[in-house]
Ligand binder design. Sequence first.
Ligand SMILES: [Zn+2]
Length: 281
Amino acid sequence: MVDGLFVEEDAKLIKKILLSQHVAEDTLYWPYSTSGTYSCKSRYRFIKEEEELQLNSQTPPICHKKVWKEVWQMQAPPKIKNFLWRACHNVLPTKQALMRRKILEDPICERCKMAVEDSLHAVWSCLELDIVWADQEKWGFRCEIEFTCVRELLSWMIEEGKSLELLAFMAWTVWNQRNKVRLNLQAYLLYQVAEETAELLAQYRASTKASDMLVRSHEIGGNRWRALQVGFVKVNSDGAAYKVEEIEVLAARKALSFAHELRFQNVILKGDVLGVILALK
Ligand SMILES: [Zn+2]
């Protein structure tokens, strides 16, 4: 069963786990707290430790405040910002990271089978990704400059006045493609990544523009906060992802079913994607 469900190397590791002599229920265990229970505090501590480990191995130090600011200010869904931030701190579950945590024994990249897979290698420098970053006008510097980590790459791009959005979307797609391939799921082929990403970025920008127009039309119309009529409640819904409309519809549905659960009879729904609000009307 283990062989059927997991890739060979994971199955090998799983089979090495000693089983209890007694019949016992399986439990979830978070290894970064003494009690084994997950908490935000222990996750924060774990990420900080990883960050320090990474910083200590870097010379010269990179101005990370600036990178931090640019990443959080860029026009991208939160999950992509979050992904880039994790790549910057080298805390993506790459083969190198999994080996450091003693989950895998082999840190070599499965695409090229030539180098250790850290965050930079996984999304940027692997030779197999040449086809992804082939647009010389945009990414010509990839062959000219050797970076040591994702943060150094971002820092250089910021210094050069280059936008981070496209890089963030591309790296995110590459990372997801890698995960899908590992899990034998249907995935883009590498030569399709650049084109598909450009389309996704365009879709995201179009949805953001529609939301901005809605906000502006509210501002122009002097639509300020007003106290609700007695007996009404307002539910706010919001979602963030590539397919913004889809997520916004799900968020709206969740908000309405929550209001229903609380037995509110008169509800005003507030969302920020024009198309979704109009469709619900
Ligand atoms: Zn590789």
